[in-house]
Design a protein around this ligand. Structure first.
Ligand SMILES: *Cc1c(COP(=O)(O)O)cnc(C)c1O
Length: 404
C-alpha cells in the first residue's frame, strides 16, 4: 500500500540561490546595512514591492515583527483598541499586545471570514483594524474598507497566508494602509524565518524602517521606487530621525538570498495550489458529512492548505473522524478539538478572560485543517481526498446505505 505524502516538507530552495549564498559565506557580508548599496535585503525589498505593485517594502525578522511595526508606525495611543478576527494565529493578538494595544476579537462565520455585522458593531469603539486573511480566506474587503473609512480607522492586512491572492484583481496586502507577509517555512515563500511589510505611505515606511533598526543614517539605504524623485521619503526620514525606539528586528542577507529566487516561483505555486485545492474540495463536497465553504465572488485564492467543515457529527464523532483520518495516514486537525491549538481563541489566555464569541466557537468545533502544498501530484491529492472521505465513512457509515 502506498502511504499518503508528507505534507510538511517544503520545496527545495531554487539552485540559483547557491552562488549568492556562497558569496555571502565567503565574504561574511550578512548584515543588511554593511554594503553601501544593493545588499540582498534591499534588492528583495525592491523586487517584492514591484511584484506586489506597492511603492515601498521593508523586510524584517517575521510577519509578527511586520505586524508589530505596522501598529507602531501608525502611532496609535497606548491601549488603542485594535479589531482582529477571532479566527487567526496566536501571533496576531500577540503582536497587538506587544505594540501596547488591546486586541478586540470579532466574530468569524462558518466560512472562516469576518462576520461583518459584528465587525460593524465593534467598530464604533475601535482605533484601528487588523485583518488576518486567515489560511488565505479573504473576508469581504469591500465592506471592511468602506466601514473602516467611514469610521476614519486605518486598516492593516495580515496577509501571511495570502501571498498571490487577489480581490477584484487587486493584490491582497495592497488594499489596507499596510500589508504584512511571512517567509516562515509553512508559507508560500520560505526562508525559515522572515517577513515583509508593504505600503504606499512614505511616512509609515519611514517610521517602520527606523524602528526596525535603521540606526543613525542607515535609512539612506532605503530608496523610493526607481524614477520617483519626490523628496517625500527623505523628508519623512529626516522628521523621525532620533525620535523613535530601535526594536532591531531586521532581516539578514542570508534569508534574503534564499527568498529572492523564490519570487519567480510564486505564480506557479499560486496556480498549482489553487488547482490542488479546488480538485480536493470538489471531491470532498461529494460527501454528505463534509462541506468546503466557497470563496467570495471577488476573490482569487492562493491556498496551500484546505479547510472544511464536518456536517452532522457530534463531538465524539468529530474526535473519531480525526483519529480515523490519522489512521489512514492523513493528519486533519479540528481547530477547536486539538489540545492547545494556537488558532483557538480560548487558548490565548495571555489576553485575560475569554470573550463570548459563540459563532467563532461553533465554527472552530467542526472546522478541519489539512495541509495541501502546491508541489503535490494529482495521485497524492486523490490519496488525501480518499483518506478523508474514508475517515468520514468509517465514523458515519457507508454513504451508499443512505441512498445519496
Ligand atoms: C504564520 C502567520 C503569522 C505569523 O508569521 P511569522 O512570520 O511566523 O511571525 C501571522 N498571521 C498569520 C495568518 C499566519 O499564518
Amino acid at each position: 500500500m502506498t502511504l499518503p505524502p508528507n505534507v510538511y516538507d517544503a520545496e527545495p530552495i531554487p539552485a540559483s540561490a547557491r552562488d549568492e549564498i556562497e558569496r555571502l559565506l565567503s565574504s561574511g557580508d550578512l548584515f543588511r546595512y554593511t554594503a553601501p548599496e544593493d545588499a540582498p535585503v534591499a534588492l528583495l525589498e525592491r523586487e517584492f514591492a514591484d511584484m506586489m505593485g506597492a511603492k515601498y517594502a521593508l523586510a524584517v525578522a517575521s510577519c509578527s515583527a511586520a505586524l508589530f511595526l505596522s501598529l507602531k508606525a501608525l502611532d496609535l495611543p497606548r491601549g488603542a483598541r485594535v479589531l482582529i478576527p477571532a479566527f487567526t494565529f496566536a501571533a496576531v493578538p500577540s503582536a497587538v499586545v506587544h505594540a501596547d494595544c488591546t486586541p478586540v476579537l470579532v466574530e468569524v462565520g462558518d466560512n472562516y471570514r469576518i462576520d461583518i455585522a459584528d465587525f460593524e458593531a465593534k467598530l464604533a469603539n475601535a482605533d484601528a483594524v487588523l485583518i488576518s486573511h486567515m489560511r488565505g480566506h479573504t473576508s469581504d474587503m469591500d465592506a471592511i474598507m468602506a466601514l473602516s473609512e467611514r469610521a476614519g480607522l486605518p486598516v492593516i492586512e495580515d496577509a501571511a497566508h495570502s501571498l498571490g491572492t487577489t480581490w477584484h484583481g487587486k493584490t491582497i496586502g495592497t488594499i489596507g494602509r499596510i500589508g504584512c507577509f511571512s517567509f516562515q517555512s509553512y508559507k508560500l515563500v520560505n526562508s525559515g524565518e522572515g517577513g515583509i511589510l508593504i505600503t504606499d505611505d512614505p511616512e509609515l515606511l519611514a517610521r517602520a524602517v527606523i524602528m526596525s533598526g535603521a540606526y543613525e543614517h542607515n535609512w539612506k539605504k532605503h530608496k523610493a521606487p526607481h524614477g520617483d524623485n519626490s523628496p517625500e521619503l527623505a523628508q519623512a526620514f529626516a522628521r523621525w530621525q532620533n525620535k523613535l525606539p530601535l526594536y532591531n528586528t531586521r532581516l539578514s542577507n542570508l534569508a534574503a538570498a534564499i527568498v529572492r529566487p523564490q519570487l519567480a516561483e510564486v505564480p506557479r505555486r499560486v496556480r498549482d495550489g489553487r488547482a490542488n485545492h479546488d480538485h480536493v474540495a470538489a471531491i470532498l463536497n461529494g460527501s454528505p458529512w463534509i462541506e468546503v465553504p466557497g470563496k467570495l465572488g471577488p476573490e482569487e485564492r492562493a491556498p496551500d492548505s484546505l479547510q472544511f467543515n464536518l456536517v452532522g457529527m457530534d463531538a465524539d464523532e468529530t474526535r473519531a473522524f480525526q483519529d480515523a483520518a490519522a489512521a489512514r495516514g492523513v493528519k486533519v486537525q479540528v481547530f477547536g478539538l486539538s489540545t492547545d491549538n494556537a488558532r483557538a481563541f480560548w487558548n490565548w489566555e495571555f489576553l485575560g478572560p475569554v470573550p463570548d464569541l459563540p459563532k467563532t466557537r461553533a465554527m472552530l468545533a467542526r472546522a478541519c485543517d489539512t495541509r495541501l502544498p502546491a508541489r503535490l501530484t494529482r495521485a497524492e491529492l486523490d490519496m488525501i481526498a480518499d483518506a478523508i472521505l474514508g475517515a468520514a465513512e468509517d465514523v458515519m457509515g457507508d454513504v451508499a446505505r443512505f441512498g445519496t
